[in-house]
Design a binder for this molecule. Structure first.
Ligand SMILES: [Zn+2]
Length: 103
């Protein structure tokens, strides 16, 4: 992992920490300042999901949430791809953000 990517992840974790009010998106409990955290993917990182929506959507900031570095918290964040409406709402939101950046 490159230094730049490490830094990007650290910055995103910091930002999410404040945005989420230090609350884990998986279990809803407080994340201690020194607790290990994880950026969890809302959309499953499956090949067909990436092909369908594009990597820029799957790896978008809005498709990431901060959780405890815990498998249960991590898994709780993910939307099942069967929940088409929820997935579509998120994808639409991300795409409109991506469009705005083009201008
Ligand atoms: Zn948690």
């Amino acid at each position: 992992m490159s230094y730049d990517l490490d830094l990007k992840i650290m910055e995103m974790k910091e930002k999410k920490y404040y945005e989420q009010g230090a609350i884990c998106a998986g279990c809803g409990k407080l994340i201690g300042r020194n607790e290990p955290t994880h950026l969890s993917h809302v959309l499953p990182q499956r090949k067909w999901v990436k092909q369908l929506y594009g990597e820029e959507v799957v790896y978008h900031e809005l498709a990431m949430k901060l959780t405890h570095a815990d498998q249960t918290c991590n898994a709780a964040v993910q939307i099942s791809p069967n929940k088409t409406q929820l997935v579509n709402e998120l994808v639409e939101k991300i795409r409109s953000e991506l469009d705005e950046k083009d201008y």
